[in-house]
Design a protein around this ligand. Structure first.
Ligand SMILES: [Fe+2]
Length: 256
């Protein structure tokens, strides 16, 4: 399996703290049946894209060479988790943050809201030739409250990546509920572990795939787990079912 969202590169963000932890994450991932990851370090501020990419590519090469030396059959590709900041659209070289030099780019929403400029941001990326993949929308508070907020963004032509930990309930029952709604309404397309460590936020996949089998039919699961991620990595076009609006009730809660 391929993990499209993983903070495995050492000492570049809040992910792996050392090369040792990165290797340990690779070992955990391999045990989970993952044989390749896209390293997606956070791109959070408007520093030079060139400097950022040079730094993370150096770390990727170093990690890959140690993995190869240890004869681990495990590939680390490069991407980034690009925060939804309109200022980034004016930076030159945005394509260098895309997944494995493809048109697919992983975009992170703020946790608490979907900004007014979100549609414009996605639309502009589409005009620039990118296919945005929204990272873990099921963890966004506004989307948890009203899943249809995501409908318009998906309708503009982006994909959505759901965290494996959201599917298993690691992030709580409200996040799990939202993940299920998105996945069953054409608003969840690929999985990612969003792993940050070799511990509780590790690259776990198997349990989520098992849970997915009780929510979706066999072909949908195969598409999500075995087909779409590899098409993304290869820069191939993907065809997905159109999103459907959620007709259930909105949720209000104070905790949980
Ligand atoms: Fe992430």
């Amino acid at each position: 399996m391929l993990d499209l969202h993983c903070h495995i590169l050492p000492e570049v963000d809040d992910g792996a703290g050392s090369i040792g932890e990165a290797l340990s994450m690779a070992a955990v991932a391999a045990k989970e049946g993952i044989d390749a990851v896209v390293a997606t370090p956070h791109f959070l501020d408007a520093r030079s894209i060139d400097d950022f990419v040079q730094g993370v590519e150096r770390q990727r090469q170093q990690l890959q060479s140690v993995l190869d030396a240890q004869q681990m059959d495990f590939d680390v590709f490069l991407g980034a988790e690009v925060f939804m900041d309109p200022a980034f659209l004016k930076l030159g070289g945005l394509e260098r943050l895309a997944i494995n030099s493809t048109p697919y780019i992983l975009v992170e929403l703020p946790m608490g809201e979907v900004p007014l400029y979100a549609e414009d941001f996605i639309y502009r990326l589409r005009l620039m030739g990118f296919i945005p993949i929204i990272a873990h929308p099921e963890r966004n508070l506004a989307i948890m409250h009203d899943p249809n907020i995501l409908y318009r963004l998906v309708d503009l032509g982006c994909l959505c990546q759901i965290n494996t930990g959201s599917i298993t309930g690691f992030f709580g029952k409200q996040v799990k509920r939202c993940a299920r709604i998105l996945l069953t309404h054409g608003m969840g397309h690929v999985l990612g572990t969003d792993a940050h460590s070799d511990g509780t936020r590790g690259p776990y996949m198997r349990k989520a795939v098992e849970q997915l089998k009780s929510w979706l039919d066999e072909e949908q699961v195969r598409n999500m787990v075995n087909i779409l991620p590899y098409k993304v990595l290869g820069g191939e076009a993907v065809s997905v079912e159109p999103p459907r609006k959620y007709k259930g009730s909105r949720r209000f809660w104070l905790w949980g």
